[in-house]
Structure formats: C-alpha cells, structure tokens
Ligand binder design. Structure first.
Ligand SMILES: Cc1cc2nc3c(=O)[nH]c(=O)nc-3n(C[C@H](O)[C@H](O)[C@H](O)COP(=O)(O)OP(=O)(O)OC[C@H]3O[C@@H](n4cnc5c(N)ncnc54)[C@H](O)[C@@H]3O)c2cc1C
Length: 417
C-alpha cells in the first residue's frame, strides 16, 4: 500500500494523481477464516485492524451487506467526547479519546480529528445539577470537564444566544476541551485501508443470512449471499441490525432499534468554532470542514428499520437551533437522513462473549457510538483474540440485564449522544 507523505503527495500532484492505486483490496471470500466480523462500519473495521495489528490474527474477513461505512458510521454527526457519568463509561470512552489523538498517524490516514471542544448547555436547574455532577465524576476519573457561565459560554461560542429571551434560556454549560469531531468516512476508509494492508479481507455486498453451529453448539461459520463461509470465531458488529443477526444464532438481545436523524445546511465560511449539544432540547450542532452546519436530532419515539425519521422531530430540532443561534435563521437546509440505532435499556453498549461459544457481540452504542470507535475496536479485538474481555469492556456484559448490574447512562443524562 502506498504510504501518504508530503513527498508522495507532491509527486502525485505532478503526475495527475495517477499513482495512488486502490486503497483496499476486494478479494473473493476464502472458504474459511479464523475470524469473521459481520458489519464493515467503523467498529467492525477497527476490530479487524486491531486483531491484525495487536494480536497477529490476519486470517480475518469483514463481511458487509452494503458498502463499507454505509451504516451509522457514514450517517452520524461525529461528536467525540468522553465526559460520561459512570466509571465504566469514562473508562471506555476515554480509552477511545486517547486513541483518537494519534489515530491519523497510526493509520497513516487523515481522519481529521479536531479537538475543538464540546459544550453541553444547561437550560434549567435540573440540567445544572446533572451537568455539575458529571464534572465532579469526570474529574475523579481524570477526565477533563469544566463549568462555564453563560458569558464564558458565549466567549467560547460567539453565535450562542444568551439573552434569556428564549424558550430555552442558557444558564450555564460544561466544556470538554479535548472533545470535538472527526471525518466519519475517513475513519471507515482509514481502518479499511490499514486492515487490508495487513491481510484482512473486506468483502462488500455480502449479506449474512444465517449462522451455523456444530452439534456441540459452537459456531462454525455463516451463510451469506456469496455462499457459506467457515469461521472459528464470529464477531457481530451490526449496529441497528444486531438483534436480527443474533436471533439467527438463537440469542435474544435486550435491544430496540430506532431511527435517528441528522441534517446539514448549505456550506458557509467558518462561523462555528466548537460543538454545542443541548440534551434538553435534543439539538446538536457543529460546522464541518466543508462549511456545512451539521445538526443532529433525537430518536423517533417508535421502533423502526426505515432509514428516515419523522419530520416533526427535525422541525423541533431546527426550531431549537434557531432560538439558540438566531444568526442561522435564514440558512437553507441541504439534506437530512436517518440511521438505525440499537438502544439498550441502560443506554450503554454490550461488548462481550455470548452464550454461544465462538460468537461475540459488539452493539448497543445507540445514538453515541462513533466517538467510541477506536476504543471499542481495540478492546473487542482483545476479547475475540483471547476469548476473554479486556478489563475496560469487562463490565459491558450481556448478563448485566439479568443480574441488574446496569451502567445506567440513560438515567444519568436522560439521553446519550
Ligand atoms: C443520525 C445519527 C447521528 C449520530 N451522531 C453521533 C455522534 O454525534 N456521535 C457519536 O458518537 N455517535 C453518533 N451516532 C451513533 C454512531 O453513528 C453509531 O453508534 C456508530 O457509528 C456505530 O458504528 P458501527 O460500526 O457499530 O455500526 P454501523 O456503521 O452501522 O455498521 C454496521 C454495519 O453492519 C452492516 N450489516 C447489518 N446487517 C448485516 C448483515 N446481515 N450482513 C452483513 N452486514 C450487515 C450494515 O450494513 C452496516 O454497514 C449517530 C448515529 C446516527 C444515525
């Protein structure tokens, strides 16, 4: 694989960029692999990459029913932060945040991680109490997070309306300075390229339609639209379709799948310096490097597999954005879309072994898994390679929904994003 460097870019510029070649191979599937990963989103591709890089397991295939990164990885609003309430969450999200810093160098691919700061707004007394509790908990875990007055929040983000003359007055905010955004497609492409370079097979347009088990119960492979493919181990990393796939192996998952929407505006010059989230009104905003305002909404109230959500949800979001940032009132929205997010009862992920030997699952990231991509792939690869969880993902079991040992970020924040 050609390495990206200043020298290579200059040389290619002089010869019309004809020498780059393909970024990842598209091989025909082998009859058997040591590990099959189902789902070529960021988490699946990262898992394959770390299996090869950290554990020397390269006889790996990533099977994708559509195109690489075409699921939630390519549909999200790219907010990255690690200021979650509980120790377990801080552990996994901060592990990811540390990997984001340096990921472009590790992959030799610019994932455009930009630590521009994530601000979370408080609009009422409850918000203030919840957010300040987060700050204290984060500091105990060594995670940066600080409190801002409305004036300090406006200093950090000048378009913010702090006049108080709105339905959602801003009465304070938290700021995680290491939080920010990354380019979602580049994350999928960078992991795919680096994994392929180490021998991993990435097989697109290959839908998994069934799983096969030996009479003793352990996994022996998967049925796909390209035929049966054998495997010693299978990792399911299929976001909104996880419960469908796990049902094929007779494992019932505590998951519900909801559409979640986002939209972008027409592109404008740099005007918005950070990421602003408001959990109370379910509106999130940042500006992409192309200049578009990237705006995220809340989930629909009904479960569904349609990759488009209700119009009233985005209307409500745009209402709130216009009140908080009146200067955007005359902006035109370019397009909106949806993704199917897999939500657990406690809004925390499941990264674990399953009751079926050789079958592993990484799911339940709901509305907020993009930020975890490097950390999730890293510890899930460990879990598959060693057949035991990494200490960071050890609490994120399937059994916790039976034992009651929940990691209840839903109760902590009312929303996880
Ligand atoms: C609108 C929106 C906004 C979001 N905003 C944020 C945000 O700001 N910050 C954040 O941290 N998170 C956010 N998220 C959540 C985040 O996108 C996801 O948690 C994360 O991308 C999940 O990655 P993944 O690799 O697990 O799943 P995906 O990228 O969805 O990959 C799963 C893949 O599995 C494939 N698949 C499914 N079934 C099969 C099958 N039978 N056979 C083969 N392949 C199959 C799918 O085609 C898909 O490509 C958002 C999500 C949405 C939808």
């Amino acid at each position: 694989m050609r390495k990206f460097s200043a020298f290579a870019i200059a040389r290619e510029a002089l010869r019309g960029h004809k020498g780059w070649g393909v970024q990842w191979a598209s091989p025909e599937p082998r009859s058997e692999y040591d590990v099959i990963i189902i789902g070529a989103g960021g988490h699946g591709l990262a898992t394959a990459y770390y299996l090869a890089k950290e554990h020397g397991i390269t006889n790996v295939a990533v099977l994708e029913k559509g195109w690489l990164g075409g699921g939630n990885t390519g549909r999200n609003t790219t907010i990255i932060r690690s200021n979650y309430l509980y120790d377990e969450s801080a552990g996994i999200y901060d592990h990811a945040l540390k990997l984001w810093d340096g990921l472009s160098q590790d992959l030799n691919y610019n994932v455009m991680y930009s630590a521009r700061g994530v601000m979370m707004l408080a609009h009422n007394v409850h918000d203030v109490q919840v957010l300040q509790r987060h700050i204290h908990a984060n500091r105990l875990n060594g995670v940066d997070n600080e409190w801002l007055t409305p004036e300090q929040a406006k200093d950090y983000c000048p378009p913010l309306n702090i006049s108080g003359q709105t339905r959602y007055p801003v009465i304070g905010a938290t700021l995680q300075r290491r939080g920010g955004t990354a380019r979602h497609d580049a994350v999928a492409w960078g992991y795919a390229r680096a994994a392929s370079d180490r021998g991993v097979h990435i097989i697109q347009n290959c839908e998994v339609t069934g799983t096969r088990r030996a009479p003793q119960g352990h996994i022996i492979g998967v049925d796909t639209s390209k035929g049966f493919i054998g495997a010693k181990k299978v990792g399911v990393v299929a976001a909104g379709h996880t419960s469908v796939l796990m049902e094929m192996a007779d494992v019932r998952m505590p998951l519900e799948s909801y559409p979640l929407q986002a939209m972008v505006s027409e592109p404008v010059k740099p005007v918005f310096p950070c990421v602003v989230m408001s959990n109370t009104v379910h509106a999130y905003i940042s500006q992409s490097d192309k200049g578009e305002l990237v705006i995220g909404a809340g989930t629909d109230q009904y479960t569904s597999y349609s990759q488009a959500g209700g119009l009233h949800i985005i209307n409500h979001t745009v209402d709130a954005i216009c009140e908080m940032f009146p200067m955007f009132r005359r902006m035109k929205m370019l397009r909106s879309w949806g993704g199917i997010v897999d939500v657990t009862p406690d809004r925390s992920p499941i990264l674990a072994k399953t009751p079926v030997q050789g079958l592993y699952v990484n799911c339940g990231w709901g509305t907020g898994g993009f930020k975890a991509t490097p950390g999730s792939g890293h510890v899930f690869a460990h879990t598959i390679a060693r057949d035991e969880p990494h200490r960071i993902n050890a609490p994120f079991t399937l059994e916790r929904f039976r034992t009651g040992r929940l990691i209840d970020e839903a109760a902590a924040a009312a929303v996880a994003h």
